[in-house]
Ligand binder design. Structure first.
Ligand code: F6P
Length: 343
């Protein structure tokens, strides 16, 4: 069996653990593994590398992806589907394991419908893919964000400032909520809940009245405020290669508003790609490894059009359509737990 492996969309810690596991398991079963460079674009460019035990040695602890990635969508290109099918049959792939986030799983489903033998593996630091309890990358990102909150805490307290940390999370506030809970944030602002700035200020003032002259706010990049005054600068409206708005910078809007309305000194930090880079946590390495092994078994059993997923402590497989049908947003109960601390 000849298996092609690609990583697509934003990178995240743990991708190399998956690639390594796929190659190791394939070696055990006598399968050939080909790395496709830079996601779906690699098939168009016929840019491949042969993967063997040596090519994946020593990569489990490395962030990013040794295969490179892109947000290239073959179906957006002229004659994209025909090109894709031709190039895949020319290379004689028996199966393609596509490791990607929500956007990439949409492409994987289209490829499957076009007749390609696809196995999906979910990845994203945002943890917003349905059908899987966690995605690898998330645990690492939460760890980095929590450390950032701990560091902001000491300087916030010394200078009696309001510190705002912006983390990633386009549609879902998982990173903000988990790191906010772990780091003892005073307010967490997530995309799922339209927030009133007056509510945030109420918390800051009530803390001030209790003698706490500093506060820590964690905000997800995709957060929404109901204030009509919210006008993000034009330069924030650039698009990525999937045509989605490039996010980042909402924390400065919130900082300016709080400072303007209260007179409290307010500073904003955008954590940005720091939370997506570097070494994966042990949890993400193990999850990535388990998913990679399982994905090869799925290919062997011809479970195409399906995605490996973590449910409880089991790795299972679900239809890709189930994973992309609806985003997995923060659950209300967990947000209510966090709200106990917004006071
Ligand atoms: O999709 C995952 C994600 O981490 C989003 O939270 C974020 O908006 C996006 O990636 C940013 O990715 P990039 O900077 O690569 O465009």
């Amino acid at each position: 069996m000849k298996i092609g492996i690609l990583t697509s969309g934003g990178d995240c810690p743990g991708l190399n653990a998956v690639i390594r596991a796929i190659v190791r398991k394939s070696d055990q079963l006598g399968f050939e593994t080909i790395g496709i460079i830079d996601g779906w674009k690699g098939i168009f460019d016929e840019n491949y590398i042969q993967l063997d035990l040596n090519s994946v040695a020593g990569i489990i602890n490395k962030g990013g992806t040794i295969l490179g990635t892109s947000r290239f969508s073959p179906f957006e290109k002229k004659n994209g589907m025909d090109k894709l099918l031709n190039k895949i049959s020319r290379k004689k792939f028996d199966a393609i394991i596509a490791i990607g986030g929500e956007g990439s799983m949409h492409i994987a489903q289209m490829a499957y419908e076009a007749g390609i033998n696809i196995v999906g593996v979910p990845k994203t630091i945002d943890n917003d893919i349905s059908g899987t309890d966690y995605t690898f990358g998330f645990d690492t990102a939460v760890g980095i964000a929590t450390e950032a909150i701990d560091r902001l805490h000491t300087t916030a307290e010394s200078h009696h400032r309001i510190m705002i940390l912006e983390v990633m999370g386009r549609h879902a506030g998982w990173i903000a909520l988990y790191s906010g809970l772990a780091g003892g944030a005073d307010v967490v602002v997530i995309p799922e809940v339209t927030t009133k700035i007056s509510q945030v200020i109420k918390v800051i003032k009530s803390r001030y009245n209790r003698g706490k002259r500093f506060s820590i706010i964690v905000i997800a990049e995709g957060a929404k405020f109901d204030e009509k005054s919210m006008k993000l600068k034009k330069e924030n409206k650039k698009l990525d290669d999937f045509g989605r708005e490039r996010l980042g910078g909402i924390c400065t809007f919130l900082a300016d508003e709080i400072e303007r309305r209260t007179g409290f000194e307010c500073r904003a930090t955008i954590l940005g790609h720091v939370q997506r880079g570097g070494m994966p946590s042990a949890f993400d390495r193990v999850l990535g490894t388990r998913l990679g092994i399982y994905a090869v078994e799925m290919a062997y059993e011809k479970k195409f059009g399906r995605m490996a997923a973590l449910q409880g402590n089991e790795i299972v497989d679900i239809p890709i359509t189930e994973a992309i049908g609806k985003l997995k947003t923060v659950d209300k109960d967990l947000y209510e737990v966090a709200q106990v601390f917004f006071k």
